[in-house]
Every structure is written in structure tokens, then in C-alpha cells.
Design a protein around this ligand. Structure first.
Ligand code: MN
Length: 157
């Protein structure tokens, strides 16, 4: 399956834990050499451009890994289904457990991290037609890091 093809399974069977029949693994953001991340994989579980316009992905972060610190116009709904981790949304930090739900509103800074000794796997719902992420400038980072807990949390290059 290519990266942006329609994919609308009625029943997507799990073939082993957190792996699904016919779903390929992609490298998270392989197309963007500037983004800073560590040990993240991405699987597309559902893509429907025409009708619903929604896309459901499964991301998996290895122990100690993290996604990119970014913001964008489109929103995310995130539901952890494996392991444990934490995230930054706007100016708040949250511990994540399985079956929580996180709303990442439009233009809010966000970053997800797995626990040091555990994977973090989560479902993430987005619209198919979405903008590219914006990465933080030096002044954005400075502003975010005014909160010492956020300064400690952020991983950026
Ligand atoms: Mn994002």
C-alpha cells in the first residue's frame, strides 16, 4: 500500500499484538529530514478522502523515544492503546495510560514521549486533507521552556 492511498477495511484483523493484516510499517516522517524525533513508527489503519475525510493511524514509540515537537492547523484525537508515556499539549503535561483520550487542538504545541522502560502505542485520528506541521523557532522554544517542567520534558535536537 502506498503512503496516501484510500484504505477502507470493514474489519482490520489484528495478526499479532498491535500489528494488523496488510498494514505496512512506515518510518515516522521519513519525508522530512528537519524534524527531530526518536524511535517512532507509523501505520495507517484507515484512509478515506472522499466521504468522511478521516484518517486513523497507529503510532508506536520505543522506550525512551519521542515524536516531534510541532504545531499545525489540523487537530489530533489520540488514544493510547499500548504501554505508558506522557505528552505536552500547549502548555500542559499529561501522564498517558491505555484508553485515555487526548485532544490536541489546532495550533497547540505537542510532543509525545514513551516511558523510559515501556513502549507507547496510540491511535491518532486526523483529517486526510491537512497542513504540514510547523516546527518551533528558537524564540518558541525559549517561551515554552520558561516553565521548568516543560523545559525538562521537551526533546528537540
Ligand atoms: Mn501533530
Amino acid at each position: 500500500m502506498s503512503d496516501n492511498q484510500e484504505f477502507r477495511p470493514i474489519n482490520l484483523a489484528q495478526c499479532e499484538p498491535f500489528r494488523w493484516q496488510g498494514v505496512d510499517e512506515f518510518i515516522y516522517k521519513a519525508e522530512d529530514g528537519t524534524a527531530s524525533f526518536k524511535d517512532v513508527s507509523r501505520r495507517k489503519l484507515f484512509i478515506e478522502s472522499a466521504e468522511s475525510g478521516i484518517e486513523l493511524r497507529y503510532f508506536e514509540i520505543g522506550p525512551g523515544g519521542h515524536t516531534t515537537l510541532e504545531k499545525h492547523d489540523h487537530m489530533h484525537l489520540v488514544i493510547p492503546i499500548r504501554g505508558r508515556g506522557s505528552c505536552l499539549v500547549e502548555n500542559r503535561l499529561f501522564e498517558l495510560s491505555i484508553n485515555d483520550m487526548i485532544h490536541v487542538p489546532s495550533w497547540s504545541w505537542h510532543q509525545f514521549r514513551a516511558a523510559e522502560d515501556e513502549f507507547l502505542g496510540f491511535l491518532c485520528l486526523v483529517k486526510v486533507d491537512r497542513d504540514r506541521p510547523t516546527l518551533p523557532s528558537e524564540s518558541d522554544l525559549e517561551r515554552l521552556k520558561q516553565d521548568p517542567q516543560i523545559a525538562e520534558f521537551i526533546r528537540h535536537r
